[in-house]
Write a protein that binds this ligand. Structure first.
Ligand SMILES: NC(=O)c1ccc[n+]([C@@H]2O[C@H](COP(=O)([O-])OP(=O)(O)OC[C@H]3O[C@@H](n4cnc5c(N)ncnc54)[C@H](OP(=O)(O)O)[C@@H]3O)[C@@H](O)[C@H]2O)c1
Length: 268
């Protein structure tokens, strides 16, 4: 397990957006980011779950978060643009986004995957991330430094039978991370992906309904790593496909510098 002792309040004056902040890893990450001083924007589908995360953060005396109820399955370009404009006007800045929300779809033989199920998984796990990232980039360019962390999976790095649309969507997530990392190599924005590994959440329960209760790790066990990745100690990490179980070399990796396009974007 990754060991990291963050400085207290190291995320003070930072604004971080977390998708899927009402449950599982996203809920725990939002709580920990707030614990270390961040103003967290909680994006998710189920309002009650977002409100529970909100209440938890407020009751602990952490900075008051914001709630953005959004179903990534149906959100359109104007929703993402509207969100970016709201963040700009209410928070004046965005320092990072944890792309965490995802659906599992159907674990089934390839020929049994329905088009509807495939479309939903790709919409939530890939298209929504693309649209949200596109809308947020102008804001992120004004923050120094900024971090985009995509959430992948083991099956997004090595295909596996019956993991169909979910695995394909995670390969696309890795591709999106790599394209962005290459484009943004000489900018203030770092881009990485993380495979959290087997973690006790609703999604894990759906994938492995018969798994014994004493399952591997809990979302809280991942938090030293998530906090590290959003800290200034991880500024050298860029374009990395990080595995929560393989963190030995993390602190040695270097930000790639060669052959990057340095696109200058006018201030908005
Ligand atoms: N748990 C694991 O073992 C594991 C392993 C590898 C990778 N991962 C990845 O880790 C990330 C977090 O997964 P988790 O295990 O924490 O799963 P989870 O507990 O099921 O949480 C998923 C989150 O995504 C949100 N979400 C789903 N569909 C949405 C939609 N259409 N619009 C907005 N939000 C939506 C959910 O909101 P609602 O609760 O409101 O539905 C929930 O907050 C995912 O990207 C997953 O692929 C997990």
């Amino acid at each position: 397990m990754f060991n990291y002792l963050p400085k207290s309040n190291f995320l003070e004056h930072k604004t971080l957006l977390v998708t899927g902040a009402g449950d599982g890893i996203g809920q725990t990450a939002a709580l920990h980011f707030a614990k270390y001083g961040a103003q967290v924007i909680l994006l998710g589908r189920t309002v009650k779950k977002l409100e529970a995360t909100y209440d938890d953060i407020v009751q602990r005396g952490y900075p008051t978060p914001a709630i953005v109820p959004m179903d990534l399955k149906g959100a359109s370009e104007s929703h993402y643009q509207g969100l970016a404009e709201t963040i700009a006007s209410q928070f004046q800045q965005l320092d990072g986004c944890l792309h965490n929300a995802a659906v599992l779809g159907d674990l089934t033989p390839f020929e049994h995957i329905s088009k509807a199920s495939f479309d939903e998984v790709m919409q939530v796990n890939v298209t929504a991330q693309f649209q949200l990232t596109k809308a947020l980039l102008p804001l992120l360019r004004h923050s120094t430094p900024a971090h985009l962390l995509f959430t992948s999976s083991l099956v997004g790095r090595q295909g596996r039978a019956y993991w169909g649309a979910y695995a394909i969507s995670k390969f696309a997530t890795e591709g999106m991370m790599q394209v962005l990392a290459d484009e943004l190599g000489n900018t203030n924005i770092r881009v990485n992906s993380i495979n959290p590994g087997a973690t006790k959440t609703a999604m894990r329960q759906k994938a492995y309904p018969d798994e014994p209760e004493n399952i591997p790790q809990k979302p809280a066990d991942l938090m030293p790593l998530y906090l590290y990745l959003f800290s200034e100690d991880a500024l050298h990490l860029h374009g990395q496909a990080i595995d929560a179980k393989e963190t030995d070399n993390l602190k040695l990796a270097k930000k790639p510098q060669a052959d990057r396009l340095n696109v200058s974007v006018p201030a908005t």
